[in-house]
Design a binder for this molecule. Structure first.
Ligand SMILES: Nc1nc2c(c(=O)[nH]1)N[C@H]1C(S)=C(S)[C@@H](COP(=O)(O)OP(=O)(O)OC[C@H]3O[C@@H](n4cnc5c(=O)[nH]c(N)nc54)[C@H](O)[C@@H]3O)O[C@H]1N2
Ligand SMILES: Nc1nc2c(c(=O)[nH]1)N[C@H]1C(S)=C(S)[C@@H](COP(=O)(O)OP(=O)(O)OC[C@H]3O[C@@H](n4cnc5c(=O)[nH]c(N)nc54)[C@H](O)[C@@H]3O)O[C@H]1N2
Ligand SMILES: [Mo]
Length: 816
């Protein structure tokens, strides 16, 4: 398949051809030499950028990028979007009254521009006050979320590094991405399964007979990278597709949505109700056990506790056998189909691959545990092309990795010893933030331990946008309008979170700074060179923190900087450490000057990678014991049994979600929400560019609904609809499509929050910010991870559609 055809199949061709036209075919003839372009990089890929008349105007895809993402094309536009923050700003009454300003006015007031020196003074003074009055755990520096790329200017690592030496802080544990899987799977297999593929793509392409996309749209989610994507994995995706014709590989998509990946593989679509997968898995497991299809030898040799689980499966513990008929009522898939799946999986080499959406739901620990259990019953774990996987959808996992010396990053804590060395840094599970703000001193369970919430008074958030990413946004806004005395936000744009802050600091974008980054698969180290000067008064994150620390002890400043005055100095230090490590590994690298001039160093990828992660354990489970108490796969966990939790038993099991199609509120709120990751954005990033025109309906985030539901609620394709849950309402644009199952609704996360009236709590949201609808509950006492779910109702919006103002900055009183 040619690249262009591929892009067409993932729906990106329009954007790519438009960009190529502006980048190289200027009037049919190139007027720019390659020398005019500067190397830079982003979450969407590496790029060559060109400045014209002082502005970043032209962008070329990096030639080593195998399948450039259309998102790359938003980078120029975002640089000059009016939503850019142009100077440090302070909320009007905060400037007058400081921490005594009325918190309930957040998001309702004007801002006043101040100088950087004033901003640094203000923050340093306030940190010192909070340390003195309340103690350091009252400073929350636990920003969670994304930011730009670059191993120096990672605002989150750096905010922790700064606060550590300034006097201490409370940080967060885990993420919204993989909170439940990261806590449960170490109990089950001894490994955090979220970030390591179970087998290489080469191995899967050779051996797998049935490939199951169980809540994974890997062709969408691999577009971006935590590090720089080179999209080599799209060659693997293509290879997998070739196996359909070559070897009769079957691809099955188990997802309420017929996804981009399902379309690409022409997969069989099995569409359960959202948040009911554990029941479906149990129904399959029951049929395997009942028909003697479960691999007893495997279970005996490699797992522990299957017998206890089987009692539950057969209903001996609760009088409810988890038969296919039982499962069918919950998940909405025919009983016959459930049996067919069980028999198919047992008779073929089957890879059960899941992304992370299942574990981002209520009791998200269970689908991970249950999928591993199901794979164990099939007896194919550790065999070529079989078993389970939770990582192939992310960061080029499973794809070949280059022999590469690594690239260090400026760490989130300092290495120098000082008065900070003995200070304990408390943590809270990131998604419990609102519970924590509202209930200081409350004790919660967390993975067998107890955590006592600190009394937050000051929040310093850098990288991330909680008003888009956190569930039940109306509650978050109310919490931020209550106890918090000072809220500092450091971002490049006037996101809704920045609008809610007291002190807002403008950070540079990658195209405006010096930095360094690696490719996700280790195939390159990239120079991030400034294409243009920082927009208005923006500064590098590193520079901002260093300057704040100049207001503290010299020892703190020195520990933070390690003698590096600016980003470029760190870039050199980090590169030279790679060169030194390369030497030890026999990898020759150019010196810094040559690297910087050329813009990248390339590292060779191996021709083949035929690895299977658990093969060693399967060959010899005695010498290659897993890191669990029994050394085996734990289907029953004695350790979890001891925790005695209500929402996580000692074996994988079905719990009714807080909201779902089968609960008693479903009459009033009949549709189950799925809010996957967007196709033309990285969360809320790039929503402030023309990329949104590729998807929006009447300027609102699209909401996919099934034709049967559309008919029932009197909605037509293209209508503006009001979507409401028990927590709030948003407007969205209806797309009526049979790519979604009846009874479900799909609204992507990341549309910029836009309340009709900022001065009110619980305002109608008019742009489609889906987290106004979702519920703020934790998955269970075990992981305390986010649970992104909601039951909603829909109606056609009548009247004049409110203007979308999400991308307008607040009113700002300028200096002078
Ligand atoms: N409903 C629903 N909600 C979800 C999810 C879901 O699936 N459904 N997914 C969850 C998941 S997995 C995640 S990871 C979160 C993501 O949520 P976030 O990570 O909070 O979302 P982003 O929009 O990527 O926010 C990153 C912010 O960093 C800023 N930024 C970029 N570069 C820089 C920089 O160099 N310096 C500074 N200081 N700032 C910078 C950007 O402008 C942007 O505002 O959302 C979670 N929320
Ligand atoms: N384009 C793009 N790529 C991204 C990101 C982005 O914002 N944009 N974000 C990155 C980040 S931070 C992360 S954490 C990863 C996230 O990676 P994932 O968590 O895997 O991605 P999602 O899009 O949330 O969900 C994947 C699929 O699960 C389906 N799904 C949702 N609920 C259910 C359910 O109850 N049952 C079943 N069977 N399926 C369900 C969704 O319809 C979707 O097709 O993606 C990364 N990649
Ligand atoms: Mo994520």
């Amino acid at each position: 398949m040619k690249r262009r055809d591929f892009l067409k199949s993932v729906g990106a061709v329009g954007a790519i051809s438009a960009s190529s036209a502006s980048a190289i075919d200027l009037g049919g003839e190139s007027i720019l030499s390659d020398d005019d372009f500067v190397m830079n990089a982003s979450h969407y890929g590496a790029l060559w950028g060109k400045e014209k008349n002082g502005r970043f105007e032209i962008l070329k895809e990096f030639e080593g990028d195998k399948y450039p993402s259309s998102m790359l094309q938003g980078i120029v536009a975002r640089t000059y979007d009016p939503s850019r923050i142009t100077a440090p700003c302070v909320r009007e009454s905060y400037l007058k009254k400081g921490y005594k300003a009325d918190p309930s006015l957040r998001g309702k007031e004007k801002f006043v521009e101040i100088t950087w020196e004033e901003a640094y003074d203000l923050i340093a003074k306030e940190l010192k006050r909070v340390y003195k009055d309340f103690g350091y755990p009252s400073v929350y520096g636990g920003s969670v979320g994304w930011y730009g790329v670059g191993n120096v200017n990672n605002p989150q690592a750096l905010v922790g590094r700064m606060l550590q030496v300034a006097g201490g802080y409370c940080k967060r544990s885990y993420t919204y991405s993989a909170g439940a899987i990261s806590v449960i799977t170490p109990h089950v297999t001894g490994t955090n399964e979220a970030f390591v593929a179970s087998a290489s793509w080469d191995n899967i392409c050779k051996n797998t007979e049935v490939f199951v996309l169980w809540g994974s749209d890997m062709i969408n989610t691999n577009q971006i990278g935590e590090h720089i994507p080179t999209h080599h994995q799209y060659e693997d995706f293509k290879n997998l597709k070739d196996q359909i014709k070559k070897r009769g590989l079957k691809v099955i998509n188990i997802d309420p949505i017929q996804t981009t990946s399902a379309d690409y593989y022409d997969a069989e679509h099995i569409a359960p109700y959202p948040n009911t997968d554990v029941a479906l898995m149990l129904g399959i497991a029951y049929h395997l056990a009942d028909k003697g299809l479960a691999d007893q030898e495997f279970l005996k040799k490699y797992t522990s506790g299957y017998a206890q689980f089987e009692e539950y499966l057969f209903g001996k513990t609760d009088n409810t056998p988890k038969t296919p008929a039982w499962a069918s009522k919950i998940c909405g898939i025919d009983e016959a189909k459930i049996k067919e799946l069980a028999e198919l999986f047992a008779s073929k080499r089957t890879m059960l691959h899941s992304g992370w959406a299942l574990q981002r739901n209520d009791h998200g620990e269970q689908p991970c545990w249950m999928m591993i259990t199901l794979a164990a019953m099939l007896g194919q774990i550790g065999l070529p092309g079989g078993g389970y996987d939770f990582a192939l959808h992310y960061e080029a996992q499973g794809s070949k990795v280059a022999k590469f010396p690594g690239l260090e990053a400026v760490a989130g804590s300092v290495s120098a010893k000082g008065e900070w060395s003995t200070r304990e840094i408390p943590t809270i599970p990131c998604a419990r933030i609102v519970d924590c703000i509202k209930n200081p001193g409350k004790e919660i369970e967390f993975n067998g331990k107890k955590i006592k919430y600190p009394d937050f008074r000051m929040i310093y958030w850098a990288g991330g946008n909680p008003v888009h990413h956190h569930q039940d946004v109306n509650q978050l806004i109310k919490a931020l309008r209550s106890r918090i005395e000072t809220f500092v936000m450091q971002d490049c744009f006037w996101t809704a979170t920045a609008k809610m802050a007291d002190i807002v600091l403008p950070a540079t974008l990658e195209c405006e700074r010096n930095d360094i980054a690696k490719a996700s698969n280790g195939s390159y180290i990239f120079a991030i060179k400034p294409i243009v000067k920082p927009w208005c008064n923006a500064k590098d994150d590193y520079e901002i923190y260093s300057n704040i620390l100049k207001r503290f002890d010299k020892a703190a400043y020195d520990a933070f900087t390690e003698g590096n005055e600016d980003s470029l100095s760190w870039v050199k230090t980090l590169y030279e450490r790679s060169v030194a490590r390369g030497k030890e590994m026999g990898i020759d690298m150019p010196n810094f000057e040559e690297f910087w001039k050329k813009g990248y160093v390339e590292f060779e990828l191996p021709k083949e990678d035929d690895s299977v992660r658990l093969a060693g354990f399967i060959q010899n489970p005695m010498t290659n014991r897993l890191g669990t108490p029994s050394g085996k796969i734990e289907i029953f966990s004695r350790k979890i049994a001891k925790f005695n939790y209500k929402e996580c038993r000692a074996y994988p099991s079905w719990f009714e979600p807080v909201e779902w199609h089968g609960d008693k509120n479903a009459k009033d709120y009949p549709l189950s929400l799925v809010s996957p990751h967007p196709k033309y954005r990285l969360h809320a990033q790039l929503n402030n560019t023309w990329l949104r025109d590729l998807e929006e309906v009447q300027e609102r985030e699209p909401a996919w609904i099934n034709p049967q539901d559309a008919k029932k609620y009197g909605i037509k394709n293209g209508d503006i609809i009001k979507v409401s849950s028990k927590r709030g309402s948003i407007l969205a644009g209806a797309i009526v499509t049979d790519k979604i199952r009846q009874g479900a609704i799909r609204i992507q996360e990341g549309s910029w929050y836009d309340p009709l009236d900022w001065s009110k709590n619980d305002s109608l949201e008019v742009h489609g910010a889906v987290n106004v609808l979702t519920v703020d509950k934790s998955t269970s006492e075990l992981a305390q991870a986010c649970c992104i779910t909601a039951n909603v109702k829909i109606e056609k919006f009548k009247g004049v559609a409110p203007l979308v103002k999400a991308f307008e900055p607040p009113i700002i009183i300028k200096k002078g």
